[in-house]
Design a protein. Structure first.
Length: 139
């Protein structure tokens, strides 16, 4: 898993939710296969609001990090852009919460992607796995 955390200490105001979207209603995990392709969105730090589709809930993919080390991730969410020719995510969007467009339920945590082109895609870890592994909850 690849994730980051923030600890709130009360020195700055915080609001549960996504800027421009509002609060997320609950988590949505696992995704029923009958919902694939599932319309999803992120609000990324670099790409802003972006829409796409989860096309697989069981992707296995190698990610090569800047150090040169390659790590294989399995049982990941595979996402493609809803807008042809536009990337779903950009470098710097890692950590964006992937949510169901219709219900605004959190379903994944974005952590990787491929450059724009014929094989553009993004990868997210299912949100329940992230929350359980890190022992955290949403506000």
């Amino acid at each position: 898993m690849d994730a980051g955390l923030v600890s709130l200490n009360g020195t700055r105001p915080s609001v549960g939710g996504i800027d421009g979207i509002g609060p997320l209603h609950s988590t949505f995990d696992p995704i029923p296969l009958t919902r694939i392709p599932l319309p999803v969105e992120i609000v990324g730090a670099c790409s802003g609001r972006s829409s796409g589709f989860v096309t697989s809930v069981s992707a296995t993919i190698p990610i090569t990090y800047p150090s040169g080390r390659t790590i294989w991730f399995s049982e990941q969410l595979h996402i493609v852009s809803a807008q042809p020719g536009r990337e779903f995510s950009k470098g710097g969007d890692s950590g964006a919460v992937l949510f169901d467009t219709e219900s605004h339920r959190a379903i994944g945590l974005l952590f990787a992607g491929e450059p724009s082109g014929a094989h553009d895609f993004a990868i997210a870890t299912p949100i329940r796995r992230v929350l359980d592994r890190l022992g955290v909850t949403f506000l």
